[in-house]
Design a protein around this ligand. Structure first.
Ligand SMILES: [Zn+2]
Length: 268
């Protein structure tokens, strides 16, 4: 692994975005340019998660084109647009992709009480995807909003040995510790840069560095004070610096540990 030197003050290991929807149409007009800018900045890889059946084909095509690891799954926001065949089709696609070393996870999937999709349906679709993670021995990329007790109860009894990541984590240290205790990582994104994200900043300051992976959830989750109309993996160095200052460690040390965490999680 080579050490990057972006500028005089910022010597770091390469960065990996554990969660960015770079297949979305927001990137259609300048995707190639963005990948070039990411390379120049030291962003080595980006994991592209799946969200719904109608997007899988294009997502996998773009992942192939730019040599990105990807995940396949059904996001809780898209449970209402599923058909009876969707879960069977997901399993079929996973079977076909099983030998593909770029397939690294199931997801994103999970529970979201703030969304209109019926919660009972979300639960059954998420449970089915936990079983797929067990069957295919892949980690889970989990979206969880206002449903942490239900989520923790499901993960506690799951036999999924590869565990996974609670993406876009925004809770305090106590909740964070419960996930870490079960073997899950926490995906830390642009929210960390917001001045009023006190709980999340406390989590990052107090938990061991081994608990975290970096993510942007691009194009969503644009940080406050950003002058761009979309989020992108180009904010990763800012996240890394913020994490280093909260953990009171150097950028080099933080970047090395985060690189190891995400590489281990997804077997990159
Ligand atoms: Zn996402």
């Amino acid at each position: 692994m080579t050490l990057l030197v972006n500028d005089e003050q910022f010597k770091i290991f390469p960065m990996i975005d554990s969660h960015a929807h770079l297949d979305f149409s927001e990137f259609d007009h300048d995707r190639g340019e963005l990948f070039q800018q990411m390379r120049d900045l030291g962003v080595e890889q980006v994991v592209i998660p799946g969200v719904s059946e109608d997007k899988w084909a294009n997502q996998v095509r773009i992942a192939k084109q730019f040599d990105c690891p990807f995940a396949l799954g059904i996001h809780p926001w898209f449970c209402h647009s599923m058909t009876n065949q969707t879960l069977a089709n997901l399993r079929e696609l996973l079977l076909r992709s099983q030998q593909d070393e770029k397939l690294v996870a199931i997801g994103e999937c999970g529970l979201d009480k703030l969304h209109k999709s019926n919660f009972a349906t979300q639960l059954s679709v998420f449970k089915a995807q936990i079983l797929l993670a067990e069957e295919f021995e892949l980690p889970l990329i989990i979206h969880c909003v206002k449903s942490h007790e239900e989520m923790l109860n499901l993960l506690k009894v799951s036999k999924n040995v590869r565990k996974g990541v609670i993406h876009g984590f925004y809770g305090g240290p106590e909740l964070a510790s419960r996930y870490v205790h079960l073997g899950y990582k926490l995906g830390i994104g642009g929210l960390l840069l917001n001045d009023n994200a006190h709980k999340l900043q406390q989590t990052v300051a107090e938990l061991p560095l081994s608990a975290f992976v970096l993510e942007t959830d691009s194009p969503a989750m644009r940080p406050q004070n950003s002058d761009s109309d979309r989020n992108s993996p180009l904010i990763l160095p800012l996240l890394l610096k913020k994490m280093a200052s909260l953990q009171k460690k150097t950028n080099v040390l933080i970047s090395e540990q985060l690189y190891l965490n995400v590489s281990q999680l997804f077997d990159l």
